[in-house]
Design a protein around this ligand. Structure first.
Ligand code: ADP
Length: 185
């Protein structure tokens, strides 16, 4: 089994690249953002609990996302591996995931590096085209700050364990994909 975490700030292109890697390596793509948005649109108990936090760009409680991921990992049958997208976002989630996968294969981290200026541009554009509720100027600012405070520290955690691969996330989608696939062949 091979497992990966696609990592990077909001707007780095995680979803796009994760989908390509999943197709190429026959991995199951698990996006906590997409799974949470589905809970919100179905107005489940979880959906009702998380919708205000998501709209503000705050993180949802660790135990909610941990539980969602655990259920998906345990109920996916035989798969070649997973690519996690938007998870983990805190040290506590990272530890949870390592325990969950310890008997399988610890994930490698594929980190997309994109400048702050480019991120804001991409997110504002995405808000105009997809209409995602959290892609507005105020929330984008908050998500970038939360990323820096709570999620970026995971890079040191993974680097110290030699599980971190960073690539330039700027340029054409195809070009970024080539950089990533060169690293994981
Ligand atoms: P982006 O990477 O563009 O911020 P996502 O789709 O990954 O978008 O996440 C959207 C929102 O869902 C986040 O701002 C947060 O509120 C919530 N969320 C997603 N994944 C997690 C997670 N692992 N832990 C806590 N909250 C999460």
């Amino acid at each position: 089994m091979r497992n990966f975490i696609i990592f990077g700030p909001p707007g780095a292109g995680k979803g796009t690249q994760a989908q390509r890697i999943a197709d190429a390596l026959d991995l199951k793509h698990l996006s906590t953002g997409a799974l949470l948005r589905e809970e919100v649109s179905r107005q489940t108990n979880i959906g009702q609990r998380v919708q205000d936090l998501m709209a503000k760009g705050e993180l949802v409680d660790d135990n909610i996302v941990d539980e969602i991921i655990k259920n998906k990992v345990e109920n996916s049958g035989q798969v070649a591996g997973f690519i996690f997208d938007g998870y983990p976002r805190t040290i506590s989630q990272a530890n949870y995931l390592d325990v969950l996968l310890a008997a399988k294969a610890l994930p490698l981290i594929l980190n997309l590096e994109v400048s702050a200026e480019e991120l804001s541009k991409r997110l504002i554009l995405r808000g105009q085209t997809t209409g995602r509720a959290d892609d507005n100027q105020e929330t984008i600012k908050n998500r970038l700050i939360i990323y820096q405070q709570q999620t970026q520290p995971l890079l040191d955690f993974y680097a110290s364990q030699k599980r971190l691969i960073s690539v330039d996330g700027q340029g054409e989608i195809e070009e970024v994909y080539r950089r990533l696939s060169d690293q994981i062949k």
